[in-house]
Design a protein around this ligand. Structure first.
Ligand code: AMP
Length: 277
């Protein structure tokens, strides 16, 4: 496995990689959710690149950019074991040199859910992904269903701008008790970590009602909200049941819907979702 610490070095190494190339962009502090993406990329491509870059432009001014957890040594060991050929770890100065002033923005989809809570977040995500795609030139890029809106926004950007790669979305990997894996769990105190399982329980509850024929979206939102409210440490930011293509909130579900939620435990925001279909 080779490590590229600059854009120039990554471009040099890229020319030696076998086609097709699978690419997994990450912010590091890797867990099994990230590694599942690398394994899938390894299965479906002749070579694999991953990036580790905590992207400052997708964090709001009051968010955790400075404190975002980092552990390069462990990340590199996990990536090597999973079959990565090249790891791209650029510096912030290389990615955003002085005078940087170009942005990629996806409209509409980014105004809802995470975009409503974090107004500049998706502009940072779409801009950094465009840069990474231009530098790494992957055949396919792998994203997690855990960040359902992000996957949708990236797919829309790739389609709208005729980018020459395929986006592959992989299932959410969970802890044994059902909590969706996240690098941010390191912030949780033990009692918050225990209470956090309520997100998964609430999702399961909604899925069960859905499978029994419940199609009233407001009732499903209420069931999820009521379940999580039983945890005094949990503060619900939103519970959404939306159209899986447009993310518009639904009253009645006809064929399918994205149930997504964000719950805060102290300063830590946890996301989870499921597709009802
Ligand atoms: P991050 O490092 O948090 O930016 O995540 C990098 C990629 O890993 C994104 O495509 C995420 O959606 C994906 N990812 C993060 N957590 C999980 C998980 N628990 N299961 C599947 N994919 C995940």
């Amino acid at each position: 496995m080779q490590v590229a610490e600059s854009i120039a070095q990554m471009k040099r190494l890229r020319s030696e990689l076998a086609e097709p190339l699978g690419f997994v962009p990450t912010m590091g502090y890797l867990h099994e959710g990230h590694i599942a993406l690398v394994r899938r990329a390894h299965e479906e491509n002749a070579s694999v690149a991953a990036s580790i870059f905590v992207n400052p432009t997708q964090f709001g001014p009051a968010e955790d950019f400075e404190d975002y957890p980092r552990d390069t040594k462990s990340d590199l060991a996990m990536l090597e074991e999973a079959g990565t050929d090249v790891v791209f770890m650029p510096t912030v100065a290389d990615m955003y040199p002085q005078g940087f002033s170009s942005w990629v923005e996806v409209g509409k989809l980014t105004e809802r859910l995470e975009g409503a809570s974090r107004p500049t977040h998706f502009r940072g995500v779409t801009t950094v992904c465009t840069k990474l795609f231009n530098i790494v030139k992957p055949t396919r890029a792998y994203f997690g269903q855990k960040d359902a809106q992000q996957a949708l926004v990236i797919k829309k950007m790739v389609a709208d701008l005729n980018m020459n790669l395929e986006i592959v979305v992989c299932p959410t990997v969970r802890e044994p008790d059902g909590l969706a894996m996240s690098s941010r769990h390191v912030y949780l105190r033990p009692e918050q970590r225990q209470a956090a399982v309520s997100l998964y329980e609430a999702i399961k509850f909604a899925e069960e009602l859905w499978s029994q024929g419940e199609r009233n979206a407001e009732h499903l939102r209420q069931v999820v909200t009521d379940h999580i409210r039983q945890q005094p440490l949990a503060e619900i930011e939103y519970v959404s049941i939306a159209d899986i293509r447009t993310l518009e909130e639904l009253e009645t579900i006809t064929d399918s819907a994205l149930l997504s939620l964000v719950v805060r435990f102290g300063k830590t925001r946890l996301l989870d979702n499921t597709i009802l279909q």
